[in-house]
Write a protein that binds this ligand. Structure first.
Ligand code: 9MR
Length: 374
């Protein structure tokens, strides 16, 4: 059971918290949770899958309600799912997702309106600018319009940039030019005037891509388009050493007058094929034990490394809490993470705060501890 550090055993001397009894300091009280600990700092969210939206798993459901005050749909609002055919929408799960958030007083994020990936087949077949523009208008009006006033924020455009900061040659870019981004934001602002509108991407903490994102946001602002924030996804590895870039990104994006959210946070503890210098490009990694080393459990040394990564990251988040609106984890617990299936299928990964039995890990304790000691 996870809970707060008992206040009696902690005292502060000249701003330094001292614990007099090690055992009672690690004892926790019922009321503690991520959302409570950070309630004056930023929202704490999780990406939900279908089983969570349908409240099928009691342990997951209790955990989500206890720990998180924001939710993002991992897949069910993507165009492929919500708009499978030109004249057909499927709002079955998205209605339930939004209702779940409302019922539990959560900050509800829509993910995502315009993305080159997970497009329905009929969109991939579009070959003229007019038809694609018509799809964008129809899609955004219908989806964002349906949840207007019920949803708090939209990832309006997702992953429009290449690693070098140039614009990705997506279907939208090819047929509509870079103006498609402005058009998407303007349509979203009209369809749901209250929602906070975000541009969302991965690796935009890295200098070249960050520069591209800043240029893109500045252009939108200069043209009078409403943009409220930028989402840094945060799909990282425990071997990454990127806190300097993350801090620079927080400061530089915030200087544009917008909020910064960390929208899809996780740290892989497993090697990625591209980390292996000199590896055969077409090597088959699936089923290779050297790429899936922790099938039974995570060794303490790696558990500690993960905890340290998260602790250092959250210390940075707290330093810049005035600029940060939300921290969302990409999943609820390790068993549910997309990183068990990507970039290599069928692995056992450990990227989140809660283990396969829904129990908090060391990383959770380390991050909560930041709040009880400052
Ligand atoms: O976690 C998602 C996974 O289940 C899907 O198969 C995949 C493709 O739709 O998308 C994953 O989520 C992505 C998110 O929507 C956008 N940023 C990258 C995420 C991880 O790929």
């Amino acid at each position: 059971m996870h809970v707060k550090y008992t206040p009696k055993t902690w005292i502060k001397i000249a701003g330094i918290a001292i614990c007099f009894s090690q055992s009672s300091c690690v004892q926790k009280a019922e009321s503690s949770s991520l959302k409570n600990a950070f309630q004056n700092d930023f929202l704490i969210g999780a990406a939900l899958g279908t089983e969570h939206i349908l409240e099928k798993n009691q342990k997951a459901d209790a955990l989500i309600k206890r720990e998180f005050n924001s939710i993002t749909p991992e897949n069910i609002m993507k165009a492929e799912v919500i708009h499978p055919e030109a004249n057909k929408y499927d709002f079955n799960l998205s209605d339930k997702f939004v209702a779940y958030g409302q019922k539990n007083n959560m900050y509800v994020v829509g993910h995502t309106l315009i993305w080159h990936s997970q497009l329905p087949a009929f969109v991939n077949k579009i070959s003229t600018a007019d038809s694609l523009r018509m799809f964008m208008k129809e899609h955004i009006n219908t989806v964002a319009g349906r949840y207007s006033g019920k949803l708090n924020s939209w990832d309006v455009v997702n992953e429009a940039l290449n690693e070098d900061g140039t614009l990705r040659e997506s279907l939208f870019y090819k047929l509509l030019g870079e103006n498609y981004i402005k058009e998407a934001f303007d349509l979203a602002a009209k369809a749901d005037p209250q929602a906070a509108l975000y541009y969302n991407d991965y690796n935009i903490e890295q200098p070249a891509k960050r520069k591209g994102a800043i240029a893109l946001i500045k252009k939108l602002q200069a043209s009078g388009t409403k943009i409220d924030g930028v989402g840094i996804q945060g799909h990282w590895s425990i071997n990454d050493n990127n806190l300097k870039e993350v801090e620079d990104a927080i400061v530089e994006f915030s200087a544009l007058g917008i909020k910064v959210a960390f929208t899809e946070l996780d740290y892989t503890v497993l090697p990625n094929p591209w980390d292996l210098k000199g590896a055969e490009v077409n090597q088959n990694f699936e089923g290779n034990p050297a790429m899936n080393m922790y099938t039974e459990s995570l060794p303490d040394s790696v558990q500690n490394q993960l905890a340290k990564r998260y602790e250092d990251l959250f210390r940075l988040f707290l330093k810049h809490k005035d600029k940060i609106s939300r921290i969302t984890f990409w999943g609820v617990n390790d068993g549910h993470s997309w990183l068990n299936g990507w970039p290599i299928k069928n692995r056992t990964n450990y990227p989140l705060f809660f283990d396969r039995a829904y129990q908090p890990k060391k990383a959770y304790d380390a991050v909560l501890n930041l709040k009880s000691t400052n």
